[in-house]
Design a protein around this ligand. Structure first.
Ligand code: PLP
Length: 368
């Protein structure tokens, strides 16, 4: 491949297919697969990721907000789209764009029913979200009767799925809690479906759930991070392929004398003769200030180079004293063999955060 020439996030669609196939192979053949493409497909490129997954016959998409679903519809995506966290103000647009809401509280149910009625809907597909311990979003177990009462004798809405979300699916120390959540979810969905004339799809597992609780796959699973190549699990990470690789180039190199400093606030003070490289990427591109100060590495010619001093808005400086490199050379921030999980952990955070932080200013290069 030619030189990238500027900061670029490469999106490898064959890696996406590999990860999708891997998770499908862990599931029963009839289990439906919902791909979570919220937050620009975890900071990559929502439209190209969704188009690829649609071609691979994924069953469902999920986004967090209505705006994200609208972007997918504008791009011609036809697959059903679940909106996990819709707001009342967007209900009209949600219906106009054939997006399917997660209904998560008595208020949201009442307000959505009202809009569906005004828009003369008949069996509009909706999803009921139950809280089983995450205590973030969702109806409570004892809301079941209320929901049934509100919907009794009306036909504006059809409950197409019932779901919940695990609080600690990646944490083996919380196994008992997760099993308890699964149990509560079974009770709730049974209580609900007994009173309905049809059987909604049930789903509970995110990526780590698929890995650790395959017995709870029900009729569908919801995977995000795993599709992008990270499984919160060492052995699985060996199998998965990172979809996104963040690369940049060396803009300029400097020889630094002993006692000189580098960057704002003189945060790096040299203890000897050093060679530094300045890179065209900064906190406005998603590399936050927590990655400065000599604790995070990037890769030049396959060798580790620490980010030194303070991260600037548009630039970072790295120490390349022991690396044979020159201006214009490529630098890998993360991706490929250099996991975003490891990059993130140097600043005590997780792959999800660094992936979704890469700002829209960074060029995306789609590799088919
Ligand atoms: C984001 C999200 C997911 C995806 O989780 P991963 O750990 O990325 O697989 C699944 N379900 C819900 C409700 C979510 O908000």
């Amino acid at each position: 491949m030619g030189r990238i020439g500027e900061t670029t996030l490469e999106i490898d669609l064959s890696a996406l297919e590999h990860n999708f196939d891997h998770f499908k192979s862990r599931l029963d053949p009839q289990t439906k697969f919902l791909a979570v493409v919220k937050a620009f497909a975890y900071g990559s490129d929502m439209v190209s990721i969704a188009k690829k997954l649609e071609a691979l016959k994924v069953d469902y998409f999920a986004v967090a907000y209505v705006r994200e679903g609208v972007l997918l519809r504008d791009a011609g995506i036809k697959t059903p789209i679940l909106v996990l966290h819709p707001q009342v103000i967007n209900f009209g647009e949600l219906i106009d764009r054939c997006l399917e809401p997660s209904l998560y509280s008595p208020r949201i149910l009442r307000d959505f029913l009202q809009v569906a009625k005004e828009k003369a809907q008949h069996k509009y597909p909706v999803h009921l979200k139950f809280n089983t311990g995450l205590n973030r979003l969702g109806f409570w177990e004892n809301d079941v009767n209320h929901i049934l009462k509100v919907l009794d004798g009306r036909d504006e809405l059809e409950i197409v799925s019932v779901f919940s979300h695990l609080a600690a699916s990646e944490d083996e120390n919380e196994r008992a809690f997760s099993l308890q959540q699964i149990d509560t979810f079974k009770k709730i969905s049974t209580a609900l479906t007994q009173k309905l004339s049809h059987r909604p799809v049930r789903h509970m597992l995110n990526t780590s759930g698929i890995i650790n609780y395959p017995e709870a796959q029900f009729e569908m699973v919801r995977s995000g991070i795993g599709l992008y190549g990270y499984g919160n699990h060492h052995e699985i990470d060996e199998i998965l392929k990172p979809v996104a690789t963040l690369k940049t180039v060396i803009s300029q190199m400097h020889k630094i004398e002993p006692d000189e400093s580098v960057g704002y606030n003189r945060a790096f003070k040299s203890d000897g003769h050093r060679i530094t490289a300045t890179l065209p990427i900064g906190h406005a591109d998603g590399i936050g200030r927590q990655y400065g100060g000599d604790k995070t590495h990037v890769f030049v010619k396959g060798k580790r180079a620490p980010i030194i001093g303070n991260v600037c808005m548009d630039m970072i400086m790295i120490d390349v004293t022991d690396i044979d490199c020159e201006e214009g050379d490529e630098v890998v921030i993360f991706g490929g063999n250099h996991s975003a999980e490891e990059f993130a952990s140097s600043a005590h955070t997780i792959s999800y955060e660094i992936l979704t932080a890469i700002s829209q200013r960074v060029k995306r290069l789609i590799i088919p």
